[in-house]
Design a protein around this ligand. Structure first.
Ligand SMILES: C[S@@+](CC[C@H](N)C(=O)[O-])C[C@H]1O[C@@H](n2cnc3c(N)ncnc32)[C@H](O)[C@@H]1O
Length: 204
């Protein structure tokens, strides 16, 4: 039994329902950004404060994470974030119109460290090609991970991904990204002395 999430910033949605009309949800036509796997929401709150003219959709399939994210948003009195409990691929296909996202952010996705589990990783060339169809021209794609093998893999395949321009060139990744907020997982790994791998591309 799921703990109910009664925050006004939580948008209950399930796969049998129609897609939300985002301009009605937010009450304006500001550009849309998506964070996949928002965890406990510390990153999205910082981003929403930095970019008040962007509407952020934060999704995670972890219910307690959605509740914690909403509590942070409510406390910060933000009006430009909504949280949904959803799985990324099905959510994007059902709720995002093609060519509409201005930004997509994925921080510390589950690393699936065992070799035989790596095919379960969310971020791969097929996922980015799929996601690209929902991003506007000029939209930003940010990926961050603490896990070396994941960081190097995404840095390598993004350099070959059709239709994206590297914003960190000549580097394919960096360990610091000026102005980019730190998430709970990033902080945890930084405190253990592990570097974060940041990748930043723009849809051309
Ligand atoms: C390791 S945590 C990182 C949380 C947060 N981004 C951070 O950096 O602190 C990964 C999060 O992604 C969520 N997640 C993983 N795969 C997902 C998917 N396919 N759709 C939605 N959420 C997903 C998990 O539930 C979890 O909360």
């Amino acid at each position: 039994m799921l703990i109910p999430n009664r925050s006004p910033n939580f948008l209950p949605w399930d796969e049998n329902e129609l897609a939300p009309v985002w301009s009605e949800v937010f009450g304006n036509d500001n550009p849309l950004a998506l964070e996949v796997g928002c965890g406990v929401g510390d990153f999205i709150v910082q981003m929403a404060l930095l970019h008040p003219n962007i509407n952020f959709i934060a999704i995670d399939f972890y219910n307690k994470g959605c509740i914690k994210t909403c509590k942070r948003i409510d406390k910060a009195e933000l009006s430009n974030v909504r949280v949904l409990r959803a799985e990324a691929r099905s959510f994007i296909g059902a709720c995002i119109q093609p060519d509409t996202l201005q930004m997509t952010v994925i921080n510390c996705p589950d690393p699936w460290p065992k070799l035989r589990h790596r095919k379960r990783r969310l971020v791969n060339t097929a996922f980015v090609a799929y996601l690209s169809g929902f991003m506007k021209q000029g939209a930003d794609f940010y990926f961050a991970t603490d896990f070396d093998d994941y960081g190097l893999d995404v840095a390598e395949f993004m350099a070959l991904q059709q239709g994206f321009d590297n914003q960190l060139a000549p580097d394919t990744f960096r360990h610091h990204l000026e102005g980019y907020p730190i998430s709970k997982y990033m902080r945890r790994f930084l405190e253990m002395g592990q570097p974060i791998y940041y990748v930043h591309y723009r849809k051309g």
